[in-house]
Design a protein around this ligand. Structure first.
Ligand code: B12
Length: 265
């Protein structure tokens, strides 16, 4: 027997609140819901769980969970609503990138790894997140003197470009001039752009096994005839040992480590 579902009007009646209140719970990702034939439906089990859970106090809302829930429902407007609500509540844009967006994507990766969600749900969530990061990035430019230049790229075979987009926005917001090439770059193309940006630090990002494999050729190609170029390596599939073994200058675990290195480079 299929699980019992309720319309938002029925859910509102059951919770004893206004329809708009339930609608807001759904759009903020607090109450799981799916859209069927253009209308939201809530499962009886989710509604029961929701009514039994104490509601988060203002300022302590689990933004990451709400955002993840909207991503998994394929609800782009709702996911953007969560970002707007988080910003309006005073969460810093940097935390929206690192805690809400990155945190939700990592959770989704784990869920996919455990076979709890399919590849389509993961791809849909990634596509929505890419568009929302594009939207959010317009609020991240900083006026004032340029603190230096950075070229970001993923080696050939690397297909994770979201980390690059996020790091790019965070470095821009700290006053760096960033050229983000995205992922899957032939080594010669990375070298070409390094030549066009004299003095820039190169940041390479590796998240998967393929990018990891091609990191060495990326570093070697850039270094050939350009021994002075400083190269930092980051990403979930990288570590200090890997960075050292390919003769990069430094492994940077996160944006703070990158900022520290850039300030000293
Ligand atoms: C979305 C996703 C994909 C998408 C990518 C789409 C896209 N356009 O980006 C697709 C579907 C293509 C994909 C494919 C694969 N993926 Co994938 N993917 C993910 C997922 C769910 C999210 C990645 C993400 O955006 N995370 C959010 C970012 C912002 O967080 P982050 O990566 O930790 O980045 C932070 C830091 O690492 C750091 N950082 C990162 N890079 C850099 C660089 C610099 C210079 C600096 C300063 C900092 C820095 O700053 C970031 C912000 O804090 C992760 C799960 C996860 N745990 O992340 C798996 C994950 C990365 N994927 C994984 C795997 C195995 C694969 C595949 C091999 C699957 C397969 N069998 O085909 C392929 C490989 C494709 C390839 N050739 O690269 C594994 C990697 C395991 C490993 N360490 O090797 C993960 C961890 C999933 C898992 N739990 O198993 N994937």
């Amino acid at each position: 027997m299929p699980p019992k579902t309720l319309t938002l009007h029925e859910a509102a009646e059951s919770l004893g609140v206004h329809y708009m209140t339930v609608y807001r719970y759904v759009r903020l990702g607090m109450l799981p819901a799916t859209k069927t034939k253009g209308a939201w439906a809530v499962s009886a089990a989710d509604l029961e769980r929701f009514s039994a859970t104490p509601k988060p106090k203002r300022g302590r809302a689990p933004w990451k969970d709400r955002f993840r829930s909207r991503l998994l429902a394929g609800d782009e407007a709702g996911a953007w609503g969560v970002i707007e609500a988080a910003l309006a509540s005073g969460l810093a844009p940097r935390d929206v990138y690192l805690k809400v967006i990155s945190g939700a994507m990592r959770d989704i990766g784990e869920a996919w790894h455990r076979d709890e969600i399919g590849i389509a749900a993961e791809h849909r969530a990634t596509a929505i997140t890419q568009r929302l990061v594009g939207r959010l990035s317009q609020t991240m430019a900083r006026r004032g003197p340029c603190r230096g230049s950075v070229v970001l790229a993923g080696p050939e075979g690397e297909r994770h470009d979201l980390p690059l987009a996020i790091i790019s926005d965070l470095l821009r917001s700290e006053g760096y001039d960033v050229t983000n090439l995205g992922c899957d770059l032939p080594p010669e193309s990375i070298a070409e752009v390094v030549d066009e940006n004299p003095g820039a630090v190169l940041g390479l990002s590796v998240s998967g096994p393929q990018g990891r494999k091609k990191l060495r050729v990326a570093v070697t190609t850039v270094r050939k005839g350009r021994p002075e170029v400083r190269i930092m390596v980051g990403g979930i599939a990288a570590d200090a040992q890997l960075a050292k073994s390919v003769a990069a200058d430094v492994y940077v675990e996160d944006v703070d480590a990158a900022l520290e290195y850039l300030a000293s480079a």
